[in-house]
Write a protein that binds this ligand. Structure first.
Ligand code: MN
Length: 498
C-alpha cells in the first residue's frame, strides 16, 4: 500500500493583528516546515501546505475542503502566532478527519543576544497553541498533541505514528469485509454489533454463503492453478507428498484453486478482508490455510471462525505498517509454557498465520486437521523472529468497543517442535506473564488478536482516539490494581460518553 498517495493538510492559524509582514513570515516558515517534513524519510504520507488561515470563514472553508478531498486523511494544525480560537469553532465542528495539533516553534532556540518584541510577537505558539488547545478541549474533540521542535527526531516519530494510524482509519471508511458463513457456533467474543461497527468504524461486514465462494473456486481454470503451484514450489520448501508425483499433490492443487477463487471473490467485490469458519465449508475441499496466509501477506485482513472484528483490525494494522520492516498477522494465544524460569505464550492458529511474520523460508506442508471434517489442508509452517511486538484486540462491550493492546517481547524458538504442523510465535507478555494474562482476561480481550512486529502502542492509541473508542494498554508499567481501576473508571465514563 502506497501511503505517499495519501495527504495530510498542514494548516497554520494566525490573525490580521500583526500586519502583512508578520503574516508573510508565518507563511514562509510554514512552508519551510512542510518542505522539511516531506523531505524526511520518517513521514510516510504527503504533507500539503495550506495558506495561513486568519478568519472564521477561511477556517470553515479549509475544513470543508479537507472533508471533501478523498485522499486527505487528516489535518495538522499549528498556531505560529496567536489565532483567537472562537474563529475555529465552526470549522472544528464540521471537521470529520483526524486532527493532530503540532505544538512546535519555528526557532528551536531563544536567540539570547537578539531577542526583542518582534521576535516575541512572531514566535508565540507557546501561548497561541494553548488558546487553540482550549477550544479543541472545550469542543470535546479527540486529537493528538505533539510537542517538540519540528526537526526533532521524536517529534517526527510521533507525527509518523499518527499519520499511519490515520491511514488505517482512512482505509476503513467505506471498506467492505466479508464473512463466509456465520460465526463459529456459540462463540461469544468473535460476535458483536455490526450495525454499531459500521456507524463507529465506517466499514461494512456482510455475509456470503460459502456456496457463493465455492462457485468462484470451481470456475478457476487449470492453467492459473498450475502457475500458482509453480509459485508455491519456487517460494517455499515443499514437503515431499506435495511435490510432483507426491502422494498428496492433489491437496496442493486444491489449495491453489481455493486461493485463486478467494482472490477473485475479494477482487470482484472490492473487499478488504474476510473471515471463514470450519463449521461452514459445504462444497469446499479444505479449510483455506495457505490461501489465508498468503492473502494476508498481500494485505487482506483475515480472522478465523467468523471473527470479523479481528479481520478488519488485521487489515487496518497492515495499512498502518505499510513499508515498515516486519509484519502483522492474525494470531491466537494458543498454549502456555509455565516454567517459572522462562514463562512463554505460544501463539498460533489452526493454520492461518500471515507469511509476513515468517523468519526465513516457510515450509509448505499438508497435515490432517482434527476438526471441520474436510480433507487435509495445506499450510505454511514457520517460526517468527525475536523482538518487540504487541497483540491487539477489539471487543464489543455492549455499550462501546474496546481496543486492548498487550506489549510483548517475542523470543527465538530454541526447540525444533518437529510435530507442530503450524506457524508459531513465542512471546513473553509485558509486564510479566501473570500480570499480562490476568489483565488481558479482566479486560475481556479476545483469544484472537492481530500480532504486530512493526506497530507500537502509540499507533493504536492514536487509532482508538480517531475511532473514539476505549483504549486499554497492558505494557511495561502496568500494575494490576491500577489497571482494574482503569477498567472500572472507563465503565462509568462510557456510560456518560455517548
Ligand atoms: Mn481461533
Amino acid at each position: 500500500m502506497e501511503l505517499k498517495k495519501l495527504a495530510v493538510w498542514f494548516i497554520t492559524g494566525s490573525q490580521h493583528l500583526y500586519g502583512e509582514e508578520t503574516l508573510k513570515q508565518v507563511a514562509e516558515h510554514s512552508q519551510v516546515i512542510v518542505k522539511a517534513l516531506n523531505a524526511s524519510s520518517q513521514i510516510p504520507v504527503e504533507i500539503v501546505y495550506k495558506p495561513t488561515v486568519t478568519t472564521p470563514e477561511e477556517i470553515y472553508n479549509v475544513m470543508m475542503a479537507a472533508n471533501a478531498e478523498k485522499n486527505v486523511i487528516g489535518i495538522v494544525a499549528w498556531m505560529h502566532t496567536f489565532s483567537p480560537a472562537k474563529m475555529w469553532i465552526n470549522g472544528l465542528k464540521i471537521l470529520q478527519k483526524p486532527l493532530l495539533h503540532l505544538h512546535t516553534q519555528f526557532n528551536r532556540d531563544i536567540p539570547w543576544d537578539k531577542i526583542d518584541m518582534d521576535f516575541m510577537n512572531l514566535n508565540q505558539s507557546a501561548h497561541g497553541d494553548r488558546e487553540f488547545g482550549f477550544i479543541v478541549s472545550r469542543l470535546r474533540r479527540n486529537r493528538k498533541v505533539v510537542v517538540g521542535h519540528w526537526q526533532d527526531e521524536a517529534t517526527l516519530q510521533s507525527i509518523d505514528a499518527w499519520a499511519r494510524a490515520a491511514a488505517g482509519w482512512h482505509d476503513w471508511q467505506g471498506a467492505r469485509f466479508v464473512r463466509f458463513g456465520d460465526n463459529m457456533r456459540y462463540v461469544a467474543v468473535t460476535d458483536g454489533d455490526k450495525v454499531e461497527a459500521e456507524y463507529k468504524f465506517g466499514y461494512a461486514v456482510n455475509t456470503h454463503g460459502i456456496g457463493d465462494l465455492v462457485k468462484l473456486i470451481n470456475e478457476v481454470d487449470d492453467a492459473a492453478v498450475n502457475t500458482l503451484m509453480q509459485e508455491y514450489e519456487d517460494r517455499y520448501l515443499l514437503a515431499a507428498p506435495l511435490r510432483k508425483g507426491g502422494a498428496q499433490r492433489q491437496s496442493l492443487y486444491d489449495a491453489a484453486k481455493i486461493e485463486l477463487g478467494l482472490k477473485h471473490f475479494l477482487e470482484a467485490g472490492n473487499i478488504k478482508g474476510f473471515s471463514d469458519t470450519f463449521e461452514d465449508l459445504h462444497g469446499m475441499v479444505q479449510l483455506p490455510g495457505i490461501a489465508a496466509q498468503r492473502l494476508m501477506k498481500a494485505g487482506y485482513g483475515f480472522a478465523g471462525e467468523g471473527d470479523w472484528k479481528t479481520a478488519a483490525l488485521v487489515r487496518a494494522m497492515k495499512v498502518m505498517g505499510s513499508g515498515l520492516p516486519g509484519g502483522n498477522s492474525f494470531m491466537e494465544d494458543y498454549t502456555y509454557h509455565f516454567d517459572p524460569s522462562n514463562q512463554l505464550v505460544l501463539g498460533s492458529h489452526m493454520l492461518e498465520i500471515c507469511e509476513s511474520i515468517a523468519e526465513g523460508k516457510p515450509s509448505c506442508e499438508v497435515h490432517p486437521l482434527g476438526i471441520g471434517g474436510k480433507a487435509d489442508p495445506v499450510r505454511l509452517v514457520f517460526n517468527s523472529a525475536a523482538g518487540p511486538g504487541l497483540n491487539a484486540s477489539i471487543i464489543d462491550m455492549g455499550n462501546r468497543f474496546r481496543l486492548l493492546v498487550n506489549e510483548v517481547e517475542a523470543v527465538k524458538a530454541t526447540e525444533a517442535l518437529p510435530h507442530l504442523p503450524v506457524a508459531r510465535v513465542l512471546w513473553k507478555p509485558y509486564p510479566d506473564m501473570k500480570t499480562g494474562c490476568a489483565a488481558w482476561i479482566l479486560a475481556g480481550g479476545a483469544h484472537h488478536t492481530c500480532y504486530s512486529q512493526n506497530l507500537t502502542a502509540e499507533h493504536l492509541e492514536d487509532f482508538a482516539d480517531m475511532a473514539d473508542i476505549e483504549f486499554a494498554l497492558i505494557g511495561k508499567d502496568t500494575r494490576l490494581s491500577q489497571f482494574k481501576n482503569e477498567l472500572r473508571w472507563s465503565e462509568v465514563y462510557y456510560q456518560l460518553h455517548k
